[in-house]
Design a binder for this molecule. Structure first.
Ligand SMILES: [Zn+2]
Length: 258
């Protein structure tokens, strides 16, 4: 079984594994390029090639400074990885807990005819586990959209966002990363919901406004619906304690209101 699965890996994949195994302290993508990519082979998506190893090997991705380090841990046991890594029992539990409602967009099975899928909030290839805390039930279109958005981010950024506990900080980081470009509300919603359900993520976004120089908003009228986009016109220096600043400000506001 393990052998059959291995066949999907190309010589490049095997050279990457070889390089990682020989360097137990880990390598960054530049090292991997130097060690595993043959000269003249322009591999523009080397991080994707490394990601494709996930069904076969456990590869850790700690972030050191500005770089993601790839660290070989071990080969996976047969059957350890399946497409979702979720048992039927856990799957029905997660679906049951959603009460027929997409946990991302709120549309329902009964009224909107959606289908629910069990999805990893933080994808497995970025270190997300199949524990119940990292699973939720979302509809097909949220699922597809989320995949597209997430694959537009480089590995190290995704890992950094996934390890950012504060929803305010995550939203601000994404806007900063895409500074100058419009970011759709669906994308922001996916990032807000990365580590826990955030029903009121727009409010979280409004709360960061006083601490970021400018947060611009754009409404786009499409055929059937209006979509909202946001952007930072320029990259800014984000306060490290953004979550704390927001909390203090909200507390002051509440006290004034009372
Ligand atoms: Zn949905």
């Amino acid at each position: 079984m393990a052998k059959r699965r291995m066949k999907k890996l190309s010589p490049l994949h095997l050279r990457i594994v070889d390089a990682l195994r020989k360097h137990p302290k880990g390598l960054h993508i530049g090292d991997i390029r130097r060690l595993a990519v043959k000269r003249g082979d322009r591999q523009q998506h080397l991080d994707k090639r490394v990601r494709e190893l996930s069904p076969y090997f456990v590869i850790d991705r700690p972030v050191r400074g500005r770089y993601t380090i790839y660290k070989y841990i071990r080969r996976r046991k047969p059957g350890e990885w399946n497409a979702e890594g979720v048992s039927n029992k856990l799957r029905s539990h997660v679906i049951h807990m959603a009460h027929g409602k997409c946990q991302m967009c709120g549309r329902t099975v009964a009224e909107d005819g959606i289908r629910l899928h069990v999805d990893h909030r933080i994808p497995q290839r970025w270190g997300g586990t199949s524990d119940v805390e990292n699973l939720w039930a979302i509809c097909s279109s949220c699922n597809e959209g989320k995949k597209d958005y997430f694959s537009s981010l480089p590995d190290n950024m995704m890992v950094r966002l996934a390890s950012t506990a504060s929803v305010h900080q995550r939203l601000a980081k994404l806007l900063n990363l895409k500074a100058g470009k419009w970011v759709s509300s669906d994308f922001l919603r996916s990032i807000a919901n990365l580590t826990e359900t955030q029903d009121d993520w727009q409010r979280r976004l409004r709360e960061i406004r006083p601490f970021v120089r400018r947060l611009e908003k754009l409404k786009v009228h499409e055929e059937k619906r209006v979509t909202t986009h946001y952007r930072f016109p320029k990259r800014i220096r984000l306060p490290k304690n953004l979550a704390e600043l927001v909390k203090r400000r909200e507390k002051r506001r509440r006290m004034k209101a009372e």
